[in-house]
Design a protein around this ligand. Structure first.
Ligand code: MN
Length: 242
C-alpha cells in the first residue's frame, strides 16, 4: 500500500545559539511523530513565495497546518492589538496560498492552533488578538501544567468527526492567547471550552475534509491514543482520492 505524503509548511527560527544565530527552517517533532505513527510520510516545506504553492501541493495527499506565530491582524483589516505577539507575514501568505491550492485539488487539511486561526481568517472570520478581549473569559487558555497533560475541558458535538473520537466531553491542553471570535462561513464549530471559545471546527462541505483544533494533540499523542487518532484519521482521509 502506498503511504500518503503529508505536507507540513515549516516555520523559521532566528537567533538560536546552537546555530550561531543562523535562521533555521523547521517544524516541531510531535507532528512528524504523529504522521509517521499514522503510516504517512511527512514532508516539511520551507516558507516560500506564494507562487510556488502549487508545486508543493501537487506532490502531497494532505496538508497539515501547525502552530507558531500570531496571525497578522492586517489580514482581517485590523490594527495590531497592544498584546499582539510576533507575526510572520511571509508565512501567512505562503500558507494561505497552500490552503487555496489544497482545497482546489480536493485534498484534506488538518489544522492545529495557528493553522485553525489562519483558516478562519482567510475565509473572512475574525480573531480575538488576545483572549483578554473576550468578555466571557473564565478559563486559563495558556496552561501552566506540563504540555503532555490536558488542562481544560472541551464539550463536543457528538455527530462531528472530533466528537466521534473524543465523545461529548474531553480534557485537552491549551496554549493559545488568540482565539476565534466570529467563525467563517465554510466552517461549523464542533468543540467549545467551558467559557464558550471555539476549540474545534470542521468544514460544512464534507468534500473539503477540513478538521481544525485549537489545542496541541502533537504534544499529547505519546500518552493519549485519542490524540494520535487525529493524525491516523487524517492520514486515512489523505489516502482517499476525491
Ligand atoms: Mn483552550
Amino acid at each position: 500500500m502506498n503511504k500518503p505524503l503529508i505536507g507540513i509548511p515549516g516555520n523559521i527560527l532566528r537567533g538560536l545559539d546552537e546555530t550561531y544565530g543562523l535562521p533555521i527552517s523547521y517544524t516541531p517533532q510531535g507532528f512528524i511523530d504523529g504522521i509517521q505513527a499514522a503510516k504517512g510520510v511527512p514532508f516539511i516545506f520551507p516558507i516560500s513565495t506564494p507562487d510556488d504553492a502549487s508545486y508543493y501541493v501537487d506532490q502531497i495527499d494532505g496538508l497539515l497546518l501547525v502552530g507558531g506565530q500570531d496571525i497578522s491582524p492586517l489580514l482581517s483589516g485590523e490594527e495590531p492589538h497592544l498584546k499582539l505577539e510576533s507575526t510572520e507575514p511571509a508565512r501567512d501568505a505562503f500558507e494561505i496560498a497552500l490552503i487555496k491550492e489544497t482545497i482546489a485539488q480536493h485534498k484534506p487539511i488538518f489544522a492545529v492552533c495557528r493553522g485553525m486561526q489562519l483558516l478562519n481568517v482567510m475565509y473572512g472570520g475574525t480573531l480575538y488578538q488576545d483572549v483578554s478581549d473576550y468578555k466571557e473569559l473564565t478559563v486559563q487558555h495558556i496552561q501552566q501544567t506540563h504540555f503532555t497533560k490536558g488542562s481544560h475541558t472541551i464539550v463536543l458535538d457528538l455527530k462531528s468527526q472530533l466528537g466521534q473520537v473524543f465523545g461529548d466531553s474531553y480534557v485537552v491542553n491549551s496554549y493559545h492567547h488568540q482565539a476565534i471570535k466570529e467563525l467563517a462561513e465554510p466552517f461549523k464549530a464542533v468543540a467549545w471550552s467551558k467559557d464558550n471559545l471555539i476549540e474545534g471546527f470542521e468544514s460544512t462541505d464534507p468534500e473539503q475534509r477540513i478538521v481544525a483544533v485549537q489545542w496541541h494533540p502533537e504534544l499529547m499523542l505519546k500518552e493519549d491514543i485519542k490524540m494520535q487518532r487525529l493524525f491516523t484519521d487524517f492520514v486515512k482521509r489523505a489516502s482517499i482520492a476525491y
